[in-house]
Design a protein around this ligand. Structure first.
Ligand SMILES: NC(=O)c1ccc[n+]([C@@H]2O[C@H](COP(=O)([O-])OP(=O)(O)OC[C@H]3O[C@@H](n4cnc5c(N)ncnc54)[C@H](OP(=O)(O)O)[C@@H]3O)[C@@H](O)[C@H]2O)c1
Length: 346
């Protein structure tokens, strides 16, 4: 094992999760890739990464019953064994169904079930896999237009009252759905894709979170790795890597997207930082309600990512980064093609 770097995170500020009373570190850890989608995981290194996250003051662990078809929750359950339960916040999700026989990493075998019955069954199954008696933050993984959000949040509020979950989260919903959900029960957090490459949430969703006092958790804050500048060819990805089918990685898109990063290099150099650290710092510097959850399965990357918390970007640098990459310049949609039944995979 490589020696741990001396990483100092001077002030791991906290972010309030809405009105739930829960507070998380401003940076979380996305655990998805430890079990599926981004190449082969390694149990020992994943466990070291989780332990190092806690040492660095990272308290938000993000998972879902989808990731590795439950394996990611089992992995976190093994991590939690013998540790004080309150040393981390566990966020997991329910509602996306997968074909149990479908291939690993597949995005085309999905449906949604946000019914109260499925929610309750999923919650019990997640609690069991995680080896805990309460989930801190329970997300509806995707809104299902066939089922009113009021009904879904009403059923989640029952789980809060029963002590099975502490707080309710939504993922990838519109401002309108968010408002309707909040009218039923306070929503603690919204998780959607947000990065220097994906900025649609800035128009309506982020302002709605701010108006309603809901924490915003950018997922894929490193553009699924592109924003670190370290994936230079899809030949580096393993055959079952989900990103091989991503429009942002396919054809000449990856090269075109990597070229855009040249415009971020001067800010990185000014802070003696990596491109990935600047991508995360740009999000962290957007406000005290933003909690990026970069994903990694390696201690090395985790430590580097944690360093982003210490980077203070000046208003001029933020403006420079805002202008650096126009959304229409990013090659390829963030959605998979042909359209999968459930978009915004992960
Ligand atoms: N709500 C949703 O629908 C949804 C969708 C997608 C993701 N998520 C959540 O959000 C989390 C983060 O998103 P994401 O994992 O899709 O994308 P991401 O955080 O943008 O990127 C993850 C990728 O970047 C690589 N990486 C991380 N730090 C790096 C560094 N310092 N240098 C070089 N490469 C680095 C990782 O490599 P390694 O894997 O090799 O460490 C991984 O391949 C997920 O883990 C998951 O929990 C939620």
């Amino acid at each position: 094992m490589a020696a741990e770097q001396d990483v100092r995170v001077p002030d791991m500020r906290t972010v309030a999760l809405g009105r739930s009373g829960l507070k998380s570190s401003a940076l979380g850890l996305g655990c998805m890739g430890m079990s599926e989608f981004y190449g082969q995981g390694d149990e020992a290194e994943s466990q070291r990464t989780l332990a190092r996250a806690v040492e660095l003051g990272i308290t938000m662990l993000d998972t879902s019953d989808l990731y590795g078809r439950g394996e990611n929750e089992l992995l976190i359950g093994r991590f939690l064994k013998g540790r004080p339960r309150d040393s981390v916040l566990i966020a997991t999700k329910f509602g996306i169904l997968r074909d149990p026989e479908g291939p690993e990493g597949s995005t085309h075998d999905r449906d949604l079930d946000n019914s109260p019955e499925h929610m309750r069954r999923s919650c019990e199954a997640s609690l069991k896999r995680l080896g805990t008696d309460v989930i801190d933050l329970y997300y509806v993984h995707r809104h299902d237009p066939r089922r009113p959000i009021e009904e879904v949040v009403g059923a989640l509020a029952d789980l809060v009252r029963e002590g099975k979950i502490r707080a309710i989260g939504l993922s990838e919903v519109s401002a309108d759905i968010l408002r309707r959900a909040q009218a039923v029960h306070p929503i603690a957090a919204l998780q959607s894709e947000y990065s220097l490459f994906t900025r649609d949430v800035e128009r309506e969703v982020l302002p709605a979170c701010r108006e309603l006092g809901i924490a915003f958790l950018p997922y894929s804050p490193l553009g699924r790795g592109i924003l670190t500048g370290r994936i230079t060819s899809t030949a580096e990805l393993s055959p079952n890597d989900l990103r091989l089918a991503s429009p942002r990685f396919s054809g000449d898109s990856l090269a075109r997207n990597l070229a855009l990063l040249d415009r971020v290099r001067s800010v990185a150099a000014a802070h003696d930082a990596t491109l990935g650290q600047i991508a995360l710092a740009w999000l962290l510097n957007q406000g005290d309600d933003i909690l990026p959850i970069p994903g990694t399965k390696r201690v090395k990357y985790l430590e580097e990512n944690a360093g982003s918390v210490a980077i203070r970007l000046s208003p001029a640098e933020l403006a420079q980064l805002d202008r650096a990459i126009a959304p229409e310049e990013v090659a390829g949609s963030r959605h998979w093609v042909p359209a999968a039944p459930v978009q915004g995979q992960g």
